[in-house]
Every structure is written in structure tokens, then in C-alpha cells.
Write a protein that binds this ligand. Sequence first.
Ligand code: FES
Length: 209
Amino acid sequence: MEQVLSAATREKIRALMAQYPVARSAIMGAFWLAQEQLGYLPRQAIREVAEIIGVTEEQALGVATFYTMYYLKPVGKYRIHLCATLPCALRGAGKLYDLLVQRLGIHAGETTPDGLFSLFKAECLGSCATAPMAMINDDYWENLDQERLTKILDALAAGRGASGARETSRVKRLSAFSPAQASASRSFSCFQGRPSSLACIGLAFKAER
Ligand code: FES
């Protein structure tokens, strides 16, 4: 099968591998680089990353299919990951999801026919104190309510980008990090959020008051 990873992406992956004592540790960043080039991770890209990194295709698949930040099929220009875990749910994430379904005409896991929006339900993204929140592409949008979310969608649909709707805090701009840092940060958010859900719920109640 024809190769899908460009020479530039391969070069970046090799440079990333050089930053780790064990090359296979670079696999998450390598997938991120492949996805940046292709927009998602087709099976052939996973094969090629596995070959470059030096792991089996099955091992690479195990990583690519575990993390929700990797897309295994084409997605929209704007990927909306709405947190649906308890602290965000207690602060109105359900209403935000209903708004998204009504406005976009799609459900979680689907993409609008014009290819503009993809919608996902996310597990805790580590910003429970500013619940409810969503990650849109690489940006966190926090303390959301229906009005703010509508303005964000309006701005994105009008091609003004997220900056045209910026009324919420923007605490993490992952694209400003290196691929390895971005991967680590995402993993940390995930790791940070899940086991500390009781603390997160406490913070959400505190924020409510
Ligand atoms: S529960 Fe939504 S960010 Fe933690």
C-alpha cells in the first residue's frame, strides 16, 4: 500500500524519538504528528508509525484506539469534546449537549454533512472547577452556558474562528506546546481528572456557590 506519512512528518517523528531514552515512548506524540498531517489516523498511518517507532502494529493499535484524542475516521474542521462527567453534568453539561444536538443536527460520534463540526462526549478533561466545559480543537472553553456556547458556535460557523467568540477563559493552548508536551498535557489532564473525581465534584460545588 502507498505510504501516507510525508517525509516531513517522518522527520519530525524521528526527531521526537531522539528526545526519549526509549524510542517507543514517543508513540503518542508520533500519532499526534501523523494526525496533524492527515486530519485523522487511517490504519495505514498507524502501521507506518509502528514501523518507524519499532513496535508491532497490534501494540500501536492498542494505543491509537485507547485515547479519544486520536480519530480513527475523518472528522470535522472543529472537533467539540463536551465533558459529560459528573461535575460538568451537575453544572449543566446535559443542557449544553442538547443544544449542540439541536443546533448541529448530529449526535456524539457524528460529523455534520458540511464537514464543519464533529461532536464527542468526553470523560473528565481536568477542568472540573470551571465546569461545565468543552474542548474545541486544542482550546478549553470553560464556565460555559447555553448563551456562550451559542456565540462560540456562531463565530465558528461564520468562519471567525474561536477568537470571535472569546468570552470564556482559555487556559490551555496545547498547540503552543511541542507534540510531546501536548500529548503529555492531554494525558495528564485525563489522568488527573479520572481518579480525583470526588475532589472534582467538591470543586464544582464550590464553584457553584
Ligand atoms: S468533570 Fe468536566 S472537566 Fe472534570
